[in-house]
Design a protein around this ligand. Structure first.
Ligand code: SF4
Ligand code: SF4
Length: 618
């Protein structure tokens, strides 16, 4: 069980933005908090779960997390949910309606945008949801602001009778800074009041709420114009002024310390009146936005002249190295990198799977199959698209592997007629959004073989528990999904359902070959845990006997990072064909003895080494 945070009032702590949000949620008297893990938002709920007086849960997906929060708000309790930007797409169906009904207890959604795509399939600007859903957006620039804005957002939500979105970016989520914190407030739930005209949003009821929502829009504009969260940082050099929000404000101050800056904290709706007044005080206005030219377009529509994406890039962070060369020419000061200045780039290191990852076997197997098209999904298994497996043909979005595979099956032409369609998905992703896709495959009699890689964790975000692990967010025992029963309930025949050890390559090959030849839906569930969770058991490690290694390189195709090439060479076969050789060694201290590479080595050059860690002998 997690240790419980001893919260101390009115003290300063070094907190990341995510930790500061968790503290603010606790202090705001929130009763219910829910989320699905997703970088860069994951640590928010992990930290809220440390406070015993907040009910917290990993929901199966973002839509359910917001539904849980909505339900708590309807009961009059303060409620919270967090998600990454792509999670907002999943959640949007619920909150696009909830905005019409409004809130009872304060309802706050923190959405974290992965600006620069450090760990996401796209870059998305969540500020649009505020305009789309008629909701206010707050944008903190650092941990202290994240704490203050989230805490204030609950009061704002109740005052405006609206859910409030707090938009953060990776930089605010993960950078640590000193934060002065306070005490927990008490907010007893007001209690449920029956009001079907408000809570049962039939077309007639929803239509009646729309004028109310437009009226609230007017109030939101007044709040934004008056908000102290929108503030001007004075500067003496009025040749250029900046309008920005979030951490971009810090970058602007670093790059142009003497320029006036209008920093938006309450950024939706945009305080057009105050921006117009500010624009009148500077010679040129530059809008610095991390994401889309959203404010820029609103300003131009309002007749306010400004620069923006005409000089700045459309993606990534707006650091000084981006701002200086873009804005200096406007001032007639062409920017040249200082002598000796070199844009620092990290040594490129492609992402790879862990030593002995239970997904290595399935991807090795898939890479050896011919005439297959493989529809992949989000999570660790996306790495199967990389070297040496090259075993994924598509990855679109969370849970999409199932529906995409069905579409591939139904949409195939004569050239692909003989190819098998395989879908690969992880346990958590399957529960998140994959189940419906499998139901669609069985219902519509799709010819798809599904590999459900159950590693008993949300591996990519750090091994969080979920409904398939048997533990809840506090590490307490919880009901565990039975995947065999679940897939059969979704229509997969018992004889087409298999559970396979992913380290047993011959069985994996046999079952996969067999199922891809049968023209009906089948599911192969792998049953070994992620190497990073407590349940993983290490075995005696292996080493390579140099004299026995022929340099065939077969073991390298498994993709285990504990296997290194020591020497390359060339050889000529009796047929006259030249072949490349790669002689290897195993990093014994890292090897977990999973046995995968051993099965690929024909001359038996891989043998047990002395144990480097406590092992289980079978
Ligand atoms: S046995 Fe081979 S594949 Fe498994 S961890 Fe060791 S080196 Fe990696
Ligand atoms: S599979 Fe065996 S022989 Fe081939 S490179 Fe690896 S250790 Fe050497």
């Amino acid at each position: 069980m997690n240790a419980v945070v001893q919260a101390v009032a009115e003290t300063r702590h070094l907190l990341s933005g995510n930790e500061a949000v968790a503290r603010a949620v606790w202090e705001a008297g929130v009763k219910v908090a829910a989320a699905y893990p997703g970088t860069p938002s994951t640590e928010i709920l992990e930290n809220i779960a440390l406070y015993p007086d907040v009910y917290s849960e990993w929901a199966v997906n973002e839509k359910v997390s917001i539904e849980v929060a909505i339900g708590a708000s309807i009961m009059g309790a303060r409620a919270f949910c967090a998600m990454k930007h792509v999670g907002m797409n999943v959640a949007s169906d619920a909150f696009m309606t909830q905005t019409l009904a409004g809130v009872v207890g304060g309802l706050v959604i923190v959405v974290t945008d992965d600006v620069g795509l450090s760990s996401s399939q796209n870059e998305q600007d969540s500020r649009y949801w505020g305009r789309f859903g008629h909701m206010p957006i707050l944008e903190p620039a650092d941990s202290q602001e994240a704490y203050e804005m989230v805490k204030g957002a609950f009061a704002l939500s109740e005052e405006l009778n609206s859910p409030v979105i707090v938009r953060m970016t990776t930089r605010v989520c993960h950078v640590k800074a000193m934060v002065t914190v306070g005490e927990r407030e008490t907010h007893e739930p007001a209690g449920f009041e029956k009001d079907p005209a408000r809570w049962v949003l039939t077309p007639a009821a929803a239509r009646a709420r729309i004028p109310w929502m437009f009226e609230r829009d007017g109030k939101l504009r007044e709040f934004a114009e008056a908000s102290a969260l929108n503030r001007i940082v004075e500067g003496g050099d009025r040749r250029v002024g900046f309008l920005t929000s979030g951490p971009a404000a810090m970058h602007v101050q670093e790059a142009f310390p003497d320029a006036p800056l209008f920093k938006l904290g309450f950024s939706c709706p945009a305080p057009i009146g105050r921006i117009r007044a500010f624009a009148g005080t500077v010679e040129r206005l530059v809008v610095v936005e991390e994401g889309e030219p959203l404010l820029e377009q609103e300003l131009k529509a309002a007749g306010i002249d400004c620069h923006g994406k005409d000089i700045l890039p459309r993606m990534g962070e707006m650091g000084p190295d981006v701002l200086l060369p873009a804005v200096k020419p406007l001032l007639g000061e062409p920017w040249e990198a200082p002598v000796g200045h070199r844009r620092q780039s990290l040594f490129p290191r492609p992402p790879t799977m862990c030593v002995a990852c239970p997904h290595l076997g399935p991807y090795f197997t898939l890479s050896r199959l011919r005439n297959v098209i493989i529809s992949g999904d989000i999570g660790c298994y996306t790495l199967g698209a990389g070297h040496p497996w090259n075993a994924l043909d598509t990855t679109i979005s969370m849970g999409a592997s199932m529906g995409v595979a069905l579409g591939m099956d139904k949409g195939r032409g004569a050239t692909d007629g003989k190819k098998a369609v395989v879908a690969v998905i992880g346990d958590s992703t399957f529960l998140h959004m994959g189940m419906q896709g499998l139901l669609d495959i069985t219902y519509n009699r799709g010819n798809v073989t599904v590999l459900l890689l159950d590693n008993r964790a949300v591996g990519m975000t750090g091994g969080q528990d979920h409904a398939g692990t048997g533990r809840d967010i506090h590490g307490e025992e919880a009901p565990r999904v039975d995947f065999v029963k679940l897939v059969q309930a979704l229509g997969v025949k018992p004889e087409r359902t298999h559970v396979v050890d992913p380290y047993e390559l011959p069985t994996l090959f046999k079952v996969l070959r067999q199922e891809t030849k049968i023209e009906e839906p089948s599911v192969i569930i792998t049953n070994q845990p992620c190497v990073l969770i407590d349940d993983y058991e290490k075995h005696q490690p292996y080493k390579v006997v140099d004299e026995a290694c022929t340099g065939c390189g077969n073991c390298l195709d498994v993709g285990c990072p504990a296997i290194f090439v020591t020497r390359r060479d060339k050889a000529v076969k009796p047929s006259g064909k030249e072949v490349d050789l790669a002689f290897v060694r195993i990093e014994t201290a890292a090897c977990t003895g999973c046995n995968l590479c051993v099965e690929t080595c024909a001359p038996d050059a891989i043998v047990h080494a002395a144990p480097t860690h406590s092992v289980k002998f079978q």
